[in-house]
Design a protein around this ligand. Sequence first.
Ligand code: ACO
Ligand code: ZN
Length: 226
Amino acid sequence: KLDHDQLIIDAGQKQFGATTCSSCGMVYSADNPEDNFQHTQFHQQFLDSIRYVGWKKERVVAEFWDGKIILVLPDDPKYAVRKAEEVRRIADNELGFQQVTLSRPTQAKTFLFINTDRLVVGCLIAEPIRLAYRVLEQPDHKKDMTKDDFMERHRAWCCSTTPEQALCGISRIWVFSLARRQGIATRMLDTVRSTFMFGSYLSKDEIAFSDPTPDGKLFATKYCNT
Ligand code: ACO
Ligand code: ZN
């Protein structure tokens, strides 16, 4: 597996002859044969993964002058699910996630931002999360609680018959490096808030980011304070 980020870091440290490919965004040093080779390997596969051919049936949830957002659900046709997975793999690779399974794959909603060049330049995966996690993190959460106690409480909550408010967890958010700072992540999140639960617009504190990266924290802090 190619480590895109590491190459960026390495190239950044060298500074020497660092080039940014204007189509795939990889930073590499053109006068280093190994870098060149890795770029060649990465380039085509990356572009194939983010290319969007267009589907007969697509669920457009938002449209903009520079693109549109489509929603892919787990029961959609194979080609749609496959594309969503392909883009998720790219995002995971860049985030350094390895085979991280979604907490509730059957309920995951994948939002893809397609630009006017028919490239998937943004991907956001939202999953319903339950208040359960918050409850387990209350201050009375004892450090010496055994695993069995923990499971018991967890189970008790999960089996609760009282209606639990479903909140929205953002398990992945990724924007193509060459398309950042154009409000793509912001627009994807706004769209999630308006479409995630039928008939209601989620408030900012009903959304949670799971394990944010430094980029993710900067973005989330900005987003949640505006
Ligand atoms: N540094 C500082 N501020 C930032 C950054 C950053 N890297 N990224 C976003 N912001 C802030 C800015 O204030 C920005 O507004 P401005 O451009 O007018 O100053 C505001 O957030 C809105 O940013 P967007 O343009 O909407 O965000 P973008 O489309 O660039 O996407 C994202 C942000 C998704 C974090 C992108 O940088 C990315 O894909 N990074 C790599 C993957 C990653 O780390 N994803 C987050 C993982 S956490 C998770 O998945 C739960
Ligand atoms: Zn390239």
